[in-house]
Write a protein that binds this ligand. Structure first.
Ligand SMILES: Cc1cc2nc3c(=O)[nH]c(=O)nc-3n(C[C@H](O)[C@H](O)[C@H](O)COP(=O)(O)O)c2cc1C
Length: 163
């Protein structure tokens, strides 16, 4: 347990405070042989324009991420406002998350989920050890957008964006 000035670090307060940073929600996908694999990921951001890089943070407890990393390339699906149920389904470890889920292969073969607002196809560039997560850098090779509004995550709850 981390300590600040001798007192135990208040992880619950840390989550509560950081929960005030509203974000979109993504599902990171790849193919493991013929089998699609994926998990819900909020810790995602653009990182560099030239070269085009993105960053994401999979937890060390994720069973999907090691399979995605082994694939060497992946797709970050940025979810639209009506994909809350999908994001919850892809946040449950184990089981076949893709049953009944529509998708088509990206140029790199990774699943682009039907209804996604946008997607970026990436090559796995590198991963840094970062506490109980990893900081992963992906090099963007292809990308696309669709029409709609984003799914938003704020203070542990899902919301919509009203311009
Ligand atoms: C809204 C939301 C955001 C999440 N963001 C992350 C994240 O940024 N990184 C992460 O590792 N797990 C995140 N999770 C949890 C993973 O989705 C979950 O631990 C993972 O899917 C477990 O499945 P796996 O064992 O198949 O990887 C999030 C879950 C939800 C519901």
């Amino acid at each position: 347990m981390a300590e600040v000035t001798g007192t135990p670090f208040d992880s619950a307060r840390f989550r509560e405070v950081l929960g005030h940073f509203a974000t979109g929600v993504t599902i990171v996908t790849a193919m493991e042989g013929d089998e699609p694999v994926g998990f819900t990921c909020q810790a995602f951001s653009s990182l560099s324009l030239d070269p085009p890089l993105v960053a994401l943070a999979p937890g060390k407890n994720s069973t999907s991420w090691p399979r995605i990393a082994a694939a060497g390339s992946f797709c970050v699906n940025i979810l639209s406002e009506d994909q809350e149920a999908l994001s919850r389904d892809f946040a449950v470890s184990g089981g076949d998350k893709f049953t009944g889920v529509g998708w088509h292969p990206a140029a790199n073969g990774a699943p682009v989920l039907d209804g996604a607002l946008a997607w970026v196809e990436c090559e796995f560039e590198l991963a840094h050890d970062a506490g109980d997560h990893e900081l992963v850098i992906g090099r963007v090779r292809e990308m696309g957008v669709s029409r709609g509004r984003p799914l938003v995550y704020y203070r542990g709850g899902f919301g919509r964006f009203e311009p």
